[in-house]
Design a binder for this molecule. Structure first.
Ligand SMILES: NC(=O)c1ccc[n+]([C@@H]2O[C@H](COP(=O)([O-])OP(=O)(O)OC[C@H]3O[C@@H](n4cnc5c(N)ncnc54)[C@H](O)[C@@H]3O)[C@@H](O)[C@H]2O)c1
Length: 313
């Protein structure tokens, strides 16, 4: 048996702990690090519970063996010992990303690649001064990464092509679905798309066109059903007898008429407060974690369905 190859996960919050499962279930030894003792202590029990659920619906076999591949470390330098890849998932600020990237830069070996889970801060904003900067890239997942497979690979101007190929191959191998951006753009693709929808949802709510619950229902019981297995381009290609060109001929005028001028600004405080009041009446703050677990259980069953249908990317 060849020795298991190792991957470090740096930061073990919501996203980092999901990454540990992604790599461990694919057969890698995972070396997890988080500066918070409380977080470190919670990793393995969370992973154990999640693996039990995944095993129950047939998404993993042998949860004990997967769990045994995850080790938890209390320093960054110990966590990166002998690894060929690091997935960084620390707080989303330039300061935190920059500090941890420079720390990593000082301790990683010559051919180690570092992927950052950054949701929107491009790598050029925090890796410029790193001597190994050619081996740093954004590898942006969706939360939770062990249940939602897409990852955006977003190079800094100095990230080497060969590194991007290695990351894409690794992501594919561990069961994720890599999406490659050609260059940096704020928010990348995923959050730019989500941003358009969210900005419009807030504006419709603010204008009183529909209730928060009805706007959510429009996505949950409408748009979202197709989007769980096909994107907007394929959706419209199927929604006109002559395909995408026919759809554009029939409906581009409608969409052009919907462009908001001026564009929406930041979501207003009073509208946020009203939405929060409605959401908290529906779901008290203390029930958020329970609802998150409910969401993950639904997502894992959807993943199982998609797998059985051959729809996993
Ligand atoms: N939550 C999401 O929906 C989501 C989705 C995709 C990507 N992301 C990105 O993933 C990253 C992590 O987000 P999260 O939601 O897991 O946040 P989180 O607050 O749950 O976890 C962040 C963790 O980083 C740890 N940390 C802080 N400084 C550190 C350091 N120097 N070294 C190691 N660990 C450190 C913290 O102790 C904490 O446990 C962010 O860049 C975020 O934008 C989040």
């Amino acid at each position: 048996m060849p020795e298991e190859r190792s991957i470090a996960t740096v930061g073990a919050g919501l996203v980092g702990s999901g990454w540990a499962l992604v790599f461990a279930r694919a057969g890698y030894a995972v070396r997890a690090y988080d500066p918070s003792e409380e977080v470190r202590e919670g990793i393995l029990s969370w992973a154990s519970d999640s693996l039990k659920d995944l095993a129950e619906i047939g998404l993993v076999e042998d949860p004990d063996a997967i769990l045994a591949r995850i080790s938890v470390h209390d320093t960054l330098s110990k966590a990166v010992e002998g690894v060929f890849y690091v997935q960084e998932s620390v707080f989303e600020t330039v300061e935190a990303k920059s500090a941890v990237s420079h720390e990593l830069d000082a301790v990683i070996g010559d051919d180690v690649v570092v992927g950052s889970s950054s949701s929107g801060i491009p790598a050029s904003q925090f890796t410029e001064g790193c001597k190994n900067r050619a081996r740093f890239s954004i590898v942006h997942p969706v939360n939770p990464p062990h249940l939602v497979p897409v990852v955006e690979i977003v190079p800094a101007p100095w990230t080497e092509q060969v590194v991007l190929e290695q990351i894409a191959a690794l992501m594919q191998e561990v069961g994720q679905v890599p999406v490659r951006l050609t260059r940096e753009i704020d928010g990348f693709v995923l959050n730019r798309l989500q941003g358009v929808l969210l900005n419009e949802a807030w504006a419709l709510y603010q204008d009183g066109i529909a209730s928060l619950a009805d706007i959510d229902a429009t996505v949950a019981h409408g748009l979202g059903l197709r989007w769980s297995f096909m994107g907007p381009f394929e959706t419209i290609d199927l929604n006109a007898p002559g395909g995408i060109e026919d759809y554009a001929a029939r409906l581009r005028g409608l969409y052009a008429g919907m462009v908001r001028t001026p564009p929406p600004g930041p979501w207003p405080d009073d509208v946020i407060a009203r939405a929060a009041e409605e959401r908290r009446a529906e779901l008290p703050l203390e029930d958020l974690a329970g609802r998150r677990a409910w969401r993950d259980a639904r997502l894992s069953r959807l993943a199982s369905f998609k797998k059985n249908q051959g729809l996993m990317g």
